[in-house]
Design a protein around this ligand. Structure first.
Ligand code: ADP
Ligand code: MG
Length: 297
């Protein structure tokens, strides 16, 4: 059984189609990134998953449960950290978490709540009113609320947008430990280096369509435009290499490299003009560059 299955999901807002025939699944235990520029449809898809928005077409299952036909059970199987801060200003932090537990019919949840508070650095805010918390602290409570019912599937919609480095580190350490215990994690983020370090599978949405879904390792190899930086003894760059030139700084040249074999041609060109190579460095494109390439393709 997959953790999540989207089959032919479409979503219209009036005459505007926000999602077109989106189909993919997320395996149990994955740490999955859902990437795409603003307006791609990520939040809409997550709202459908959480039963907050109804799809216009298609079917969505969480842990085998249909989000419409089995609404309550499906809702229990997933914890969603929303993109927007939504909270009741009159609750204290612990009260809010106990209330949320009650919503899921969980009675004695204090031990787990203590553990969540501890792991999110919220222990000393347990009795603080929500309205008195800073934005970063409210964000932590949003994460805590999504976890009160220990959902097997955890979805975080841009949880680190505008959040300080400390929270990002705390949050990822905790989420990683939950993933290691078997929870499936789905993450949307603007910080592509987060997706690159944390996730094992990556989906890309563009204007409501899925344009890629691959293991991270496969996706990282898409970055056709590797570059090589060479430093040479004072001399001109061989003419045959000029078409590859990206930038030059004194005797340091950055050249485009289609693949590793391109390196041989570069070395051969230098050798044939007896130009000494002082230094060489190959740079791999990061996920950010691959993302930009794919979105402009
Ligand atoms: P993302 O989360 O990837 O930035 P969203 O899912 O929020 O994208 O939005 C996808 C598209 O759907 C956007 O063009 C957005 O303006 C539109 N949209 C989202 N919600 C609504 C709504 N309630 N009414 C009309 N249009 C909406
Ligand atoms: Mg969004």
């Amino acid at each position: 059984m997959n953790a999540i299955e989207f089959s032919g999901i479409g979503k219209d807002f009036g005459s505007f189609t926000a999602l077109k025939e989106v189909s993919f699944s997320v395996e149990q235990g994955d740490f999955f990134a859902l990437l795409g520029p603003n307006g791609a449809g990520k939040t809409t898809l997550i709202s459908i998953l959480g039963g907050l928005t109804k799809a216009s077409r298609g079917q969505t299952r969480v842990m085998g449960l249909d989000v419409e036909a089995d609404y309550r059970a499906a809702r229990r199987a997933v914890g969603i950290v929303p993109q927007e801060l939504v909270f009741d200003p009159f609750f204290k932090v612990r009260e809010a978490l106990l209330f949320q537990s009650g919503y899921f019919g969980i009675k004695h949840n204090d031990d787990w709540i203590d553990e969540i508070l501890h792991n999110l650095g919220l222990t000393d805010k347990a009795n603080t009113n929500m309205r008195a918390l800073s934005g970063g602290m409210k964000r932590r409570v949003m994460v805590a609320q999504a976890l009160v019912h220990k959902p097997p599937v955890i979805v975080l919609d841009e949880p680190t947008a505008g959040v300080d480095v400390e929270l990002r580190q705390t949050l990822w350490a905790f989420i990683k430990s939950l993933n290691e215990k078997g929870h499936t994690i789905v993450l949307t983020t603007h910080y592509l280096e987060e997706a690159e370090t944390l996730c094992n599978r990556i989906a890309m949405l563009k204007k409501g369509e899925l344009i890629a879904l691959e293991d991270k390792a496969t996706m990282m190899q898409r970055g056709a435009a590797r570059t090589v930086r060479i430093k040479i003894a004072p001399a001109q760059l061989p003419a045959s290499l000029r078409p590859l030139l990206i930038s030059q700084h004194e005797q340091q040249f950055e050249l485009k490299l289609a693949d590793c074999n391109g390196l041989e041609a570069i070395l051969a060109a230098l050798r044939s003009e007896q130009i000494a190579l002082k230094d060489l460095e190959i740079t791999q494109p990061d996920l950010e560059e691959i993302f930009v390439q794919m979105m402009h393709a």
